[in-house]
Ligand binder design. Structure first.
Ligand code: 8Y7
Length: 279
């Protein structure tokens, strides 16, 4: 077995345990989602979220600002306008709701309206972000990114990508703890595709087990990403098999949470893996 069964993550009123990898269903509220699942309409987003739960999502990640390569930032007002009606509807649906944002104002509003986790692609580096989550008890995903979405894929560069991602995450863990955030609220993520070439992404996936620093659980988000397109020459709407394969490889290397578009299919793959591994 993976030896990770002692891990847990506190997310407000939820305590996540990782006897098996959990599946985080993506709910995209951006009109320009590159993954072909963009839903700008609130009712459609809520229906999609309920379908993700029925498909077996252990938690949901809702995000209203696109972070795809080349994307421009969204204003706080616009982000809240897209997010709040969906969050209000989903809070209390039985699974933890993670809100994908790096803006302190959005974090505070989301936590007031029932979010259980903040998923921050800037790992709480924005001024005021540490303080925005410190006095709550939400879970927090600290993700590595080199650069920023607008330009991150122009020229990613590392001497040793695993060591540099580890160093970054170690530093963000320390900053979070110094701000008064208990370790059991923190989740780590190498940020596949965020300022990384195909080879950087592959090296991080190959050595994912080295990223569980200080025993904290690791989230892997590879679903439909361009690294899978580069390996299969398939467009984004045709990357299901590649996404499931990558999710399974991440699970085998100790990922505790898999952030995916295709919840039911990923859960099926994990069920087979778990059955084979658990004897
Ligand atoms: C990730 C993510 C995205 C990821 C975490 C996409 C918001 C691009 N990717 N958050 N967000 N990890 N924690 O393809 O890999 O979904 S957006």
């Amino acid at each position: 077995m993976r030896g990770l069964d002692f891990l847990m993550l506190r997310c407000a009123s939820f305590t996540l345990e990782f006897a098996r990898p959990l599946v985080m269903g993506i709910v995209n509220l951006t009109p320009d989602s590159f993954s072909g699942d963009g839903v700008s309409d609130t009712a459609k987003a809520i229906a999609h979220a309920h379908r993700q739960i029925e498909a077996g999502a252990d938690l949901l990640d809702i995000g209203a600002e696109s972070s795809r390569p080349g994307a421009f930032p969204t204003s706080v007002e616009e982000e809240l306008r897209r997010l709040m009606p969906v969050l209000e509807e989903l809070a209390g649906c039985g699974v933890p709701i993670s809100v994908d944002t790096y803006k302190p104002e959005v974090m505070r509003a989301a936590l007031r309206h029932g979010a259980s986790m903040i998923n921050d692609i800037y790992a709480l580096r924005m001024p005021g972000a540490l303080a925005a989550v410190a006095d709550s008890d939400c879970g927090i995903c600290l993700m590595h990114m080199q650069g920023e979405p607008l330009s991150m894929q122009e020229q990613p560069h590392y001497t040793d990508v695993v060591a540099e991602v580890q160093g970054f995450l170690r530093n963000r863990l320390a900053m979070a703890r110094a701000a008064g955030i208990a370790s059991d609220r923190l989740l780590l993520d190498p940020g596949f595709g965020f300022g990384k070439t195909l080879n950087h992404n592959l090296e991080l996936l190959r050595r994912l087990d080295e990223l569980s620093l200080e025993g904290r659980p690791v989230l892997a988000g590879i679903s439909r990403k361009s690294m899978l397109g580069a390996l299969t020459a398939r467009p984004v709407e045709d990357r299901l098999a590649a996404s499931i394969s990558a999710a399974l490889l991440a699970a085998q290397r100790g990922a505790s949470i898999l952030r995916v578009h295709d919840v039911a299919q990923t859960r099926d793959a994990l069920a087979i893996w778990h059955a084979v591994e658990s004897q």
